[in-house]
Design a protein around this ligand. Sequence first.
Ligand code: PLP
Length: 435
Amino acid sequence: MKNDSDNKFFGTLPQKELLKLYAKHVNSPKVRFFKGVGLGVILGERAGVKINTLEGAKPTDPPMELYDCHTCGGVYNLGHGNQKIVQTLKDALNSGLDIGDHLQLSEWRAILGAKLAQLMPPGITKTTFGVSGGEAVDTAIKFSRAYTKRRKCISAVGGYHGHTGFALATGDVNFKEKFLWNFPDFKQVPFGDGDTLKNTISDDVACVILEAIPATGGVLIAQEGYFSEVRELCDDHGVMMIIDEVQTGLGRTGHFWAINGGLYEQEKVIPDFMVLGKGMSAGIYPLSTCSYKPFIEKEIFKDDPFIHISTTGGSELGCVVACKMLDIQSDLMFLSHVKEMGKLFGEGLEDIANGHPELIKEVRGRGLMWGVEFNNETLGQFAMLSIIKEGVLQNYCGNKKDTLIMMPPLIVKEEEIKEIIKRIREGVKNINHLV
Ligand SMILES: Cc1ncc(COP(=O)(O)O)c(C=O)c1O
C-alpha cells in the first residue's frame, strides 16, 4: 500500500480520458454542454482564491488559472484549503473522531448547537442537522407542517431552495415539472411584493420560505421593510417564517446574517426557522443546519425523539469543522474585512457598468455578494464566458440568465479584488467581439 505522500489526487489521468469517463459513467450531456461552450476542462489544484484547470480547453492551451468568484454559492467562503480548517479536520481525524452515531447523543452536535444558538437572531436556539441545504430546507418545511398541522407553503418566484423533496416543490416549474412535482399546496409569489403575499397568505398556510437575497433568482434586494412585513403577515396568520441563508449567511453580507442587519442596518427580523448549508462545510466537510425556536422542538419531538433522523447529517467531524469556521467568520475583524472588500468590489463593478450602459443594466448587492444584470439573457451568457476566459470563474443566475452572480471568497485581499475587477472589465469589454 502506498504512503499518503505518494498519492496523487490531481491529474491522475489525462483530461481527455477523464472527460470520456465522465461522459460514459456520470453525465454525458453535461460534458457536451461544457465542450460546446469552449470550457471542456476539469478543475484541478486549488488554493486560496484560485483554482487551476487540469489542461486548457484546447490541446494547445495552457491550464487555466481562475479566480473563484463562484465559490459554489459560499461553500468556499474561507477560500480553498484554508489551513486552519484543514488542520482542525486533520487533528480531529488523528484523534480518532469520525461521523459519530446519529442515534446516540453527541458531544460535537451539542457544542455546535450551542455555538449556533449564540450567533443566531435572538430566540432561535435549537438545531437539527443535515448534509445538504435541500435537506435542511425539507426539515424546516416538514417541521412547519407538523407544528401548524397545515400543508400549504408559499415561496418566491425564481427562488431556489434545493432539488430534494419539499425544497424542489417550492421552486420554479423548469426544475420540477419533469419530475411530476407540481403540488397544489405549494404556491409562489413575486419576491419583494408584500401586497401579493398579503392576498395569498391565509390561516391554512404552514410556512413562507424566502431567501434573504434570492441568488438563483438574480441577486434581488428587497426594499427596506419587506421582511418586517412578511414577519407581520406570518404572525397575523399563525404561519411559520423560514429564512434560507444558505448563500447569504455566515458573514457574506459583511454582517453575520443578511436578515439581521446585512440587508439594512436598522432592519432586524427574526424568523421562526433559519436554514444554513454550503458555507457550513468550510469547503471541506458537508453539513447543513435547520435552526428554530424552542416551541417548535416541543411539538415535533415530544412523543418521539427519533421522529426525524439523518445518518450522516451532523457528522461529528463536520461539526468540528463548522465550529472552527464559525469562530473565524463571526469575528468582528473578519466581518469588517468583508465590508471593506465588498465596498471595493461593488464600486469596481459599478464603475464597469457605468462605462457600458449598452451592455449592463444594473449592479446590486451587499458585502461580497453581487449581481450584474445585463440588458438581456444573451448578453448575460456571453458575459459569463468572456469573463471566464479572462480568468474569473462566475456564473449566470439559473432563474435569471441576464444576471451574473459574483461571490468571491470572504478572505479575498485588496490586491486580488483589484485584479479580479481588472479581469472582469476586460471580459465585459470583449463581449462585443463575441456578440
Ligand atoms: C439559497 C439556497 N438554498 C438551498 C440550496 C440547496 O442546497 P444543496 O444544493 O446543498 O441541497 C441552495 C443551493 O444552491 C441555495 O442556493
